[in-house]
Design a protein around this ligand. Structure first.
Ligand code: ZN
Length: 480
């Protein structure tokens, strides 16, 4: 059997297991042998690539010379002549229907003149842009450049879905917001900036997270959906909603120095689930809040998303359908991987099993299946951090006294002192998950018991309180 010596390209998220090497030379005649050599050299990577049965995990895709081998007997794939194997894990992202033709005013003709003299756009194309309706999920790092450029390009109507508030730590990359916007709703800040760029733009504001209950209703009125989200539940939700509604899903994702972009659910192309049938387990893939992100990176990926959106609306050029662009800012290299629709895909396959939206928190392992009690009513500070970073829908209830909050508190917590809790139960949502938290875990246990006695069911206690949070999550939180 011929022995070859291919290189395995290691993505950023896995380099912690390969002594920070971005590529590893291996020997082996098949993918299985090459991966076995990799795990022999770096044993720690094994549990991230393979499950307990020794099968490649479903959120890990392997490409040989940029060809997706997922639908082949991948581990037996012969490597003869192959130069590179790429490991591509998930990271935490229909033709436009045109309304009645509209006319451009003289002011618009002047504004769009550089488009109008492009034969590929022209008056007809500019009218298509004006008639187009784009939904933008998230007004954050990716949403910022998408919103700015789509507004400038003359898209007629943009719906923004976002419930967040501008924070100082956003300004390093979310260039649609300014310093004076800190504390404002991103929705308002983004809409004001976009309408300043282009007063002809109509902005629809959806001051909410996208949920199983509202997604189809919100997205059905738009021609193209741009996914600028930063968490797995919303990514799968956007994907499934786009497949069900037959709307193109312009995808982008970013992590540290690397980005991905493509167009899902467009014409006969694949969807996000074709690429990643299942999310990674909670906590395995760090969020940008944990892992960091180069501030400029979402600018570039978002501009790719805006470009694809405009091309889809105009019907020009060649879109990223069936292609995943990988971008590495450190090496300034773009790579492109071929994607294929999976005929067995549970949502866009030939015999789909998912025909309506599901519980995406549960699907992503962020809470136990409905009807089952939580495995344990205790949750660790690290798990709480992960839930906060993924913007999971839950309430972090801080039951300490007001003077204690003034010393330190966990951002995003809801303060209700234990003594006031019995008469303030109406402030809590019985249908949402609640995590109780105090200084060291005693009072929050009492709060949890009180809530359970009052008919709340989805309640857990954060073990060790804010003191454990300081030890395990954020040492800058003072211990008192
Ligand atoms: Zn699919």
């Amino acid at each position: 059997m011929p022995k070859t010596m291919p290189k395995i390209l290691i993505p950023t998220a896995l380099r912690q297991f390969t002594a920070q090497h971005d590529s590893v030379s291996v020997t082996g005649a098949t993918v299985a042998e090459a991966l076995a050599d990799l795990t022999a050299q770096f044993p720690e990577i094994k549990k991230n690539l393979f499950n307990d049965q020794g099968k490649l995990r479903s959120f890990v895709n392997i490409y040989v010379n940029d060809e997706d081998i997922r639908y082949l007997d991948k581990e037996a794939t012969n490597l003869e002549g192959a130069e590179t194997l790429s490991i591509v894990p998930s990271i935490a992202g229909g033709t436009a229907t045109l309304a009645e033709p509209v006319a451009l005013s003289n002011e618009e003709v002047a504004r769009y003149s550089r488009h109008l003299i492009l034969p590929e756009v022209g008056m007809e194309g500019q009218l298509k842009l004006k008639a187009a309706k784009v939904a933008l999920i998230g007004a954050g790092g990716l949403g910022a450049p998408v919103g700015l450029y789509l507004a400038a390009a003359g898209i007629g109507r943009i719906g923004i879905v976002d419930f967040d508030v501008v924070d100082a730590s956003n300004l390093q990359r979310q260039v649609i917001h300014g310093t004076e916007d800190i504390g404002r709703k991103k929705l308002d800040s983004a809409a004001d900036r976009m309408q300043d760029i282009n007063p002809h733009l109509i902005v629809d504001k959806f001051d909410t997270g996208l949920t199983r209950d509202n997604a189809l209703g919100i997205l059905k009125d738009y021609d193209v959906v741009v996914d600028g989200t930063d968490n797995f539940p919303t990514r799968y939700l956007v994907n499934d909603a786009c497949v069900i509604l037959k709307k193109p899903n312009v995808y982008g994702s970013i992590f540290r120095f690397e980005g991905q972009a493509t167009v899902f659910a467009y014409e006969d192309g694949p969807c996000y689930r074709c690429l990643y049938p299942e999310p990674p387990p909670p906590g395995l893939v760090p969020s940008c809040a944990e892992g960091g992100v180069l501030g400029i990176l979402p600018g570039l990926i978002g501009v790719i998303q805006a470009t694809e959106t405009v091309k889809i609306i105009l019907g020009i050029g060649e879109t990223l359908k069936n292609r995943l662009v990988l971008y590495d800012a450190l090496t300034m290299r773009f790579r492109e991987l071929k994607l294929r629709r999976n005929t067995e895909c549970p949502v866009c396959g030939d015999n789909p099993t998912i025909k309506e939206l599901i519980d995406y928190q549960e699907f992503c392992g962020l809470r136990p299946p409905a009807g089952q009690a939580a495995a344990s009513p205790v949750v660790s500070p690290k798990e709480v951090k992960s839930l906060l970073d993924q913007r999971a829908a839950f309430t972090l209830l801080d039951v300490r006294e007001p003077y204690e909050y003034q010393i330190c508190r966990i951002p995003g917590s809801l303060p209700i002192p234990l003594g006031e809790l019995p008469k303030r139960l109406s402030e809590l949502d019985r249908n949402s998950d609640i995590v109780c938290q105090c200084k060291s875990g005693g009072r929050s246990q009492k709060a949890m018991d009180l809530l359970l006695q009052n008919g709340f069911t989805r309640v857990r206690n954060m073990s060790g309180g804010i003191l454990a949070w300081s030890d395990q999550v954020d040492p800058s939180v003072p211990k008192y």
